[in-house]
Design a protein around this ligand. Structure first.
Ligand code: GDP
Length: 327
């Protein structure tokens, strides 16, 4: 199938075409990368008219239960929902926190929902790149709500926050006791905190809500136009889901009125360009034959202390400069 037809079929919302497009994006073959770029160029004018939501939380907090409940709520109201995952564990351990078990069974059968697990075997930067591009394909295919899910490992939260309009932190009431298990900096990324499993202990949940609100007061606000709310839900019983959606709609209205959503996306696009450029430069650098053959020796010299890291870096860079045209 030629790319033009593939693009048309994706725009027509054909699932198989979307899957094919994503396979192109996830492929590591150079010719596929070029085709993927061309496909994205064709589809770019039809992307962006969506709400991009990031969701993070520790394993067991109820992310898949919440997304299933929230996603079904949205598809029942005529939305098309895409769920993408960034699973940093697969890069660190080779295993997977998000992907292994059967998740969101109901939503995965819903014709108006599209669920895609994390692309495997890559760096976080590589996974982020593929997820961003997959997000664009989903948007072109008519999905108007895109959810990007991750767990709080390494830099994955910052990565997800940098590709969405709205970043939601899913928490447990038990973690509220001393606001434990919440990494420094992650709360600053949040546009809302949602405490799940409110059905288990409503009083404790309310106490945790107050504690989060207090903690938020002393943080520098992410936006002066938006006060970060703390909501409580029971994903299992589908309670509080409607309120979360209403809050999201209010967020979108506010951010559109102030122009902040557009401005954010522009900033994200430029940051994305720089991060891609840095990634590509690194790949280019490491694929230089002369650099590759020198690398082990120079690294060893740094380990032995016979040269400084900065001198080693300069030597490698000089080698790269000298031979960059040859390779
Ligand atoms: P994830 O690892 O963050 O995706 O968490 P899961 O969605 O798999 O949920 C972990 C466990 O918590 C499962 O056994 C769920 O049934 C349970 N769970 C999720 N949400 C709720 C809730 O609102 N109330 C209660 N009581 N249990 C929940």
């Amino acid at each position: 199938m030629d790319l033009q037809t593939l693009a048309e079929n994706i725009r027509a919302g054909k699932i198989r075409a979307l899957g094919k497009g994503i396979t192109l994006i996830e492929s590591k073959k150079a010719e596929h990368a070029q085709q993927a770029d061309a496909l994205l160029d064709m589809l770019l004018p039809y992307t962006g008219n969506t709400l991009r939501i990031g969701i993070t939380g520790v394993p067991g907090v109820g992310k898949s239960t919440f997304i299933e409940s929230f996603g079904s709520y949205l598809t029942e109201r005529g939305h098309k929902v895409a769920v993408l995952a960034i699973d940093p564990s697969s890069q660190i351990t080779g295993g997977s926190i998000l992907g292994d078990k059967t998740r969101m069974e109901e939503l995965s059968r819903d014709p108006n929902a599209f669920i895609r697990p994390s692309p495997a075997g890559d760096t976080l930067g590589g996974v982020a790149r593929r997820t961003r591009e997959t997000m664009l394909l989903c948007e072109a295919a008519g999905y108007d709500v895109v959810i990007v899910e991750t767990v709080g490992v390494g830099q994955s939260e910052t990565t997800v926050a940098s590709m969405v309009d709205f970043f939601m932190l899913l928490q447990l009431a038990t973690a509220g006791d001393e606001l434990q298990g919440i990494k420094k900096g992650v709360m600053e990324l949040a546009d809302a905190i949602v405490i799940n499993k409110a059905d288990i202990d409503p009083m404790k949940t309310e106490l945790a809500r107050q504690q989060y609100l207090n903690a938020l007061h002393i943080l520098r606000p992410k936006s002066y136009n938006w006060q970060v709310p703390v909501q409580t839900v029971s994903a299992l019983r589908h309670e509080g889901i409607e309120e979360v959606w209403e809050m999201l709609c209010e967020f979108r209205t506010t951010m559109d009125r102030t122009g902040e959503r557009c401005e954010n996306r522009r900033k994200q696009a430029v940051e994305w360009m720089w991060s891609m450029l840095m990634d590509d430069l690194k790949t280019l650098f490491l694929s230089n034959g002369q650099v590759a053959s020198l690398l082990g020796e120079v690294e060893q010299a740094v380990i032995l202390g016979s040269t400084t890291p900065s001198a080693a870096s300069r030597r490698l860079l000089q080698t790269f400069r000298r031979y960059e045209c040859v390779d």
